[in-house]
Ligand binder design. Structure first.
Ligand code: SF4
Length: 589
């Protein structure tokens, strides 16, 4: 039978500026692609104990068997050793990257080595070029660097450009990489790893078709997925308001992270809600390649020129829930113009918005409490709501002009380990918190998730169910649900399906789409594979130093009332002890 899954891996050596293509059909046959193929490749190329910035530390990009075939299989998985947490770095981005990698002929790209000079890597089909990027290294805005690369490279309309800003160049531990201007490999520091290799950007393009044996089955299933995606009320919400629609929900639950989570309620929530932003600022919506939903919302921010009438500088700024929470309510910013301009600054320098917001929130509270002073902040009077000062602080965070900003650029846990204030350093497993402080299931989800992300296992859904039903789960029950969900999500992310479409890609649709791609897997085999990938990710984490017993649990999460009601450290510790046993058994078995 003809199969439609990718088989080729492109290996790039940045030190030698050489590349080769290797046929690895067994990798994609066994692990599908995405997360499954990436963790295998990461383990093959990332020895225990290696510095995340060592030339030999790899960056892996991986796409899936449904990429280019089915709607919403629009994500690229990146894996690397995280400079922020010291173990598994995993980040997923939309945009055009996935289609471009697949259309260039690859299922995965493995990048090792480090260039002696700044370069960008242009992958056009089977040819790889290493282009001098000295003149665009250090540019104030990564948008400008992207425009310059765009002007000189072929493939307009089908290519992807994954680039870093000064955050990645200066090795901020949560430096991000941006693709197609508004999508990101945001979390855990892939941009910094690119910076350590002197890689300003990857440009990727190609054109080909994917063979499908049973065309009727393909067409029927395609139509079914497409109709489910465009007809689903959840997807309509994503299209209309995007995840910014969460503001009213979270504020209603009293789970709106406010002023470094000193409160779950923000008095200016309405001003920065999805509804308000859509009404007053929405300039356009965009979609990742091969997605009929289009959840990306772009605000048009107009700043009047001084002493001129009717003249404005208009800046287009992407926004979503995570940006609104981290660079809005978490910093006490209720002025939507100010929040959007701070978001724009964070985008221009190329750092993860959640980590940046949480680090600045920690610094603000540390200054309030006298743990640090203006000597540390270099005279900046960080204060809730003062977005202009936060823009200046973001510049310092990226340029790291003194020891304090150098420490903060390594993350809030690291800064707190030097200056104090660990009780209000809101990071889990070393990764700054996502905006879902709904209760114990959410926090256990952050602590246990292989990426320490809300997207790993959606603990917040368990909290929300508990609120609705009035039935609370015990710590072991929560952990069982989290692990079950995370194992299933390994399948979705190995297929590179956008997790917003998890309701569309039901187990039946997953099995059917795998059949179209040439696999023959039973439901049980698919579930077993999800478990295997989850186990392999944990094996990697533990090999690289992850320790359940060393996980900090900031006291703040027990102090600020959560919508599920009070819970304590003993509750979280019971969950962690149970998880340690369960994951230990999985690793041993
Ligand atoms: S739903 Fe949004 S994030 Fe997901 S693929 Fe579509 S546009 Fe991209």
């Amino acid at each position: 039978m003809t199969h439609a899954y990718p088989t080729k891996v492109l290996y790039i050596d940045m030190t030698k500026k050489s590349y080769k293509t290797v046929e690895r059909p067994e990798l994609f046959a066994q692990y599908l692609g995405g997360t499954g193929a990436a963790i295998k490749l990461l383990d093959e190329h990332c020895p225990a104990g290696i510095d995340p910035y060592a030339p030999d530390a790899p960056i892996i990009f991986s796409v899936g068997p449904l990429t280019g075939l089915f709607p919403l299989a629009s994500k690229t998985v990146a894996m690397f050793k995280s400079p922020l947490t010291g173990n598994l770095g995993e980040s997923h981005a939309g945009g055009r990257a996935a289609q471009a990698i697949r259309m260039a002929g690859y299922g995965a790209v493995v990048v090792t080595g480090a260039s002696d000079l700044p370069v960008y890597v242009a992958i056009h089909g089977s040819t790889v070029h290493f282009r001098d990027a000295t003149s665009i290294w250090g540019m104030k805005s990564l948008f400008t660097a992207g425009s310059i690369i765009r002007a000189g490279e072929p493939g307009a309309g089908v290519r992807s450009i994954i680039r870093i800003g000064r955050g990645g160049e200066n090795k901020v531990a949560f430096g991000s990489a941006t693709t197609e201007t508004y999508r990101h490999f945001g979390r855990l520091g892939m941009g910094a790893v690119m910076g350590s290799k002197n890689i300003k950007a990857f440009v990727i393009s190609g054109e080909r078709s994917i063979p499908v044996e049973d065309k009727k089955k393909y067409r029927d299933l395609y139509d079914q997925i497409f109709k489910a995606a465009v007809g689903s009320p959840v997807m309509k919400k994503y299209h209309d308001l995007g995840t910014a629609g969460n503001v009213r929900t979270m504020q209603g639950l009293k789970a709106m992270p406010t002023r470094n989570l000193q409160s779950g309620s923000f008095e200016h929530a309405e001003a920065i809600s999805g509804e308000s932003l859509a009404e007053k600022y929405l300039g356009r919506r965009l979609a990742c390649a091969h997605c009929p939903v289009g959840c990306i919302h772009i605000a048009a921010v107009r700043e009047p020129y001084e002493n001129e009438s009717y003249f404005y500088k208009t800046t287009m700024v992407g926004y979503d829930w995570e940006l609104i929470y981290a660079l809005g309510s978490m910093l006490g910013i209720g002025d939507p113009d100010g929040m959007l301009l701070l978001i724009d600054e964070v985008e221009k320098v190329g750092v993860d918005s959640m980590s940046a917001g949480v680090c600045l929130a920690w610094a603000t509270e540390a200054l309030e409490k006298g743990i640090i002073g203006e000597k540390e902040t270099l005279g900046l009077k960080l204060a809730w709501g003062d977005w202009k000062t936060y823009i200046k602080a973001t510049e310092h965070l990226v340029n790291q002009p003194n020891d304090f900003y150098k420490a903060l650029a390594k993350g809030s846990v690291h800064a707190a380990s030097i200056y104090g204030g660990a009780d209000f350093a809101l990071a889990f497993g070393g990764n700054e918190m996502p905006g879902y402080p709904t209760g114990p299931a959410s926090y256990l989800g952050f602590l246990l998730g292989t990426r320490h992300s809300h997207l790993d296992n959606a603990g917040y859904s368990l909290d929300q169910n508990a609120i609705k039903s009035g039935k609370a789960l015990t710590p072991p029950q929560i952990v069982d649900e989290l692990i079950k969900e995370e194992c299933w999500r390994q399948i979705l992310t190995s297929l590179c399906v956008c997790l917003f479409a998890r309701g569309v890609y039901t187990p039946e649709v997953v099995r059917g789409s795998l059949e179209v791609a040439g696999y023959s897997l039973s439901d049980e085999e698919i579930l077993a594979l999800g478990k295997t990938i989850y186990r392999d990710k944990y094996a990697f984490k533990i090999k690289h130093g992850f320790d359940f017993d060393a996980l900090p649990k900031p006291a703040r999460i027990f102090e600020t009332p959560s919508p599920t009601g009070p819970f304590d450290l003993a509750f979280i510790d019971e969950g962690l002890a149970y998880a340690k046993k369960r994951i230990g058994a999985l690793l041993a078995g």
